[in-house]
Design a protein. Structure first.
Length: 139
């Protein structure tokens, strides 16, 4: 497998606009659930919560190398988000290695960093925040 195909063997793969985030050292999906506090004096001093809005995001880090197509997609999106790609959002697909769970949704690139360490690997890091529902399929 070439490096530009992404990391398939460990836990999961991540693609953005169809390009794998290759040479990733880590990425972490976050699934959030907000709550609304309905606690009042009639509740015998027990906190009462109901579920509210949900959110999702994915952040990660990858080794920097020039052939990483996924990194290029992120850079181009940041630079030309509404001219080159034709969209303000990116299509993100997260798949566990065994294929049992796949999640797909639209996201906004909220951060893209290129730290330049004195020693160690050159890396890039990113955060994608979901703009709408995340379609999760399980098999």
């Amino acid at each position: 497998m070439s490096a530009t195909q992404g990391m398939v063997g460990h836990l999961a793969t991540l693609t953005v606009e169809g390009a794998a985030i290759a040479e990733s050292t880590d990425f972490a999906p976050h699934f959030g659930q907000a709550t609304v506090d309905l606690t009042n004096r009639d509740g015998a001093y027990w906190r009462q919560l109901v579920s509210s809005t949900r959110d999702w995001s994915i952040s990660g880090t990858g080794n920097y190398f020039t052939g990483n197509i996924g990194k290029k997609v992120l850079v181009e999106h940041w630079q030309n988000r509404d001219t080159n790609l034709g969209s303000l959002t990116l299509t993100v697909i997260f798949t566990f290695a065994d294929g049992a769970i796949t999640a797909e949704g639209q996201a906004i690139l909220t951060s893209l960093d290129f730290p330049s360490p004195d020693a160690g690997a050159a890396v890039f890091s990113f955060t994608l925040e979901g703009t709408d529902a995340l379609d999760i399929s399980a098999s």
